[in-house]
Write a protein that binds this ligand. Structure first.
Ligand code: GLN
Length: 402
């Protein structure tokens, strides 16, 4: 046996990592790995069609590819300014003014992040002290749960009704002295709900009355159907300085792997957020930030076409799901269909496993969008080529004959 180092009690030589982990819990113990990302891995393993994780299987616009190659060739390969390349922040300020009706100073109120995922995490870390409460409408995009855990926030869930309407009294009573923020997501993932101006005005009043910040994830702002219009809560009266609006290039321009998103907020919040962002990531990929400027110069017709394309895909998947016996509604926005599977006699996780292994289709179990419940739900994305969706529908139809 090796002699103990002089001065080290010999009993400490018996320390094990198992002891370490059992006596030193971490905040990472409080949540599990992303089910959405796990379903992608299972989908690859079973060579299934991935209707789980929301990303396109079709190419991004050629203009973006060319701009990205050009940026690399022109040597935009070192760090950009930590809170985002100047030209991108300027282009974002112009775009947001025109589309969202909000004015932000690119010098002090815009932060470019590694996707909306980092923007949400940095936002919460910037405004939350452990023990503060954060209101989370449920069902919610999976990340918000772990985001709350990591930042030390205590989530207070408010339920959307089955028709995804707001129970005003329940929302009012969710606010208290400890409430620091509410997390909104419109168009919504997974439900497809698009919050109306009236609903957002009600929420804005609650934020102002209770001195609470709205953190709003608007990543699907260009994917709305049936003539609906996107409204940013940050554009409503009195909300500019108490809203963090999160956006991204991922969904609008089909570049989910680029990891370029942004957070728009008043000066005070931005100053805090930028410090967190700086030490978390230093910055988003510099050449891709340059390519994102080209994205913002695409013509208006690009956005109309995007919504039209997704509308067609929405109908292909919806019809396929209905034919296969799923109970669902057409979403108002975003690119998911949130189905009810009660009629199939399996739980969400059992059914998701069955689908990926036996039918070759990956979907996301509904419980990943709830802190409790969701076992009768399954989410499918239609952010895929028409031919992928048609094949997925063919496979779904075989469920009827099993
Ligand atoms: N937002 C997408 C989804 O819900 C993917 C998010 C991610 O995995 N980063 O599937």
């Amino acid at each position: 046996m090796k002699p103990a180092t002089p001065g080290t009690p010999s009993s400490s030589r018996n320390n094990t990592m198992a002891q370490f982990f059992s006596t030193h819990p971490s905040r990472a113990d409080n949540f599990s790995e992303s089910v959405i990302r796990e379903m992608t891995r299972l989908s690859l393993k079973h060579n299934a069609i991935n209707l789980a994780q929301g990303f396109p299987d079709f190419p991004c616009p050629a203009e973006l590819k060319a701009a990205a190659c050009e940026a690399v060739n022109e040597d935009y390969n070192q760090y950009a300014i930590t809170w985002g390349a100047q030209d991108l922040r300027e282009a974002l300020a112009a775009r947001v003014k025109q589309f969202n009706g909000m004015t932000f100073d690119p010098q002090a109120e815009i932060t470019v992040t590694c996707g909306s995922t980092e923007a949400m995490m940095a936002s919460m870390l910037a405004i939350i002290q452990p023990g503060d409460e954060v209101i989370v409408p449920e069902p919610f995009y999976e990340n918000y749960g772990p985001d709350a855990q990591i930042s030390g926030a205590v989530p207070r869930y408010v339920h959307l009704a089955d028709d995804f309407s707001i129970d005003e009294e329940a929302w009012k009573s969710a606010f208290n002295k400890k409430t620091r923020a509410i997390i909104l997501n419109t168009p919504n993932n997974p439900t497809g709900k698009v919050f109306s101006k009236k609903e957002l005005a009600f929420i804005a009043d609650l934020c102002i009355d209770n001195n609470v910040i709205a953190i709003t994830d608007e990543i699907y702002e260009h994917i709305l159907y049936d003539g609906r219009k996107h409204v940013s809560i940050g554009a409503l009266d009195g909300m500019h300085d108490r809203t963090i609006t999160i956006g991204s290039f991922s969904k609008t321009y089909s570049v989910t792997g680029w990891r370029v998103g942004y957070a728009l907020a008043g000066k005070e919040i931005t100053a805090r957020l930028r410090k967190i962002h700086d030490f978390l990531t230093v910055g988003a990929p510099a050449p891709l930030q340059h390519a994102c400027v080209a994205a913002l110069h695409l013509p208006e017709s690009y956005y109309r076409e995007l919504a039209r394309e997704y509308d067609r895909k929405r109908h292909i998947l919806f019809d396929g799901l209905k034919n296969a016996g799923f109970s669902c509604e057409l979403p108002e926005g975003a690119y998911y269909i949130f189905t009810d599977i009660a009629g199939f006699g399996m739980s969400d996780t059992e059914f998701a496993r069955y689908l990926v292994e036996k039918a070759g289709i990956a979907a996301v179990p509904g419980s990943s969008f709830y802190h409790e419940g969701g076992e009768t739900k399954l989410r499918f994305t239609f952010s895929k080529k028409d031919e992928t969706l048609v094949e997925a529908c063919r496979r779904l139809e075989t469920l009827n004959s099993r």
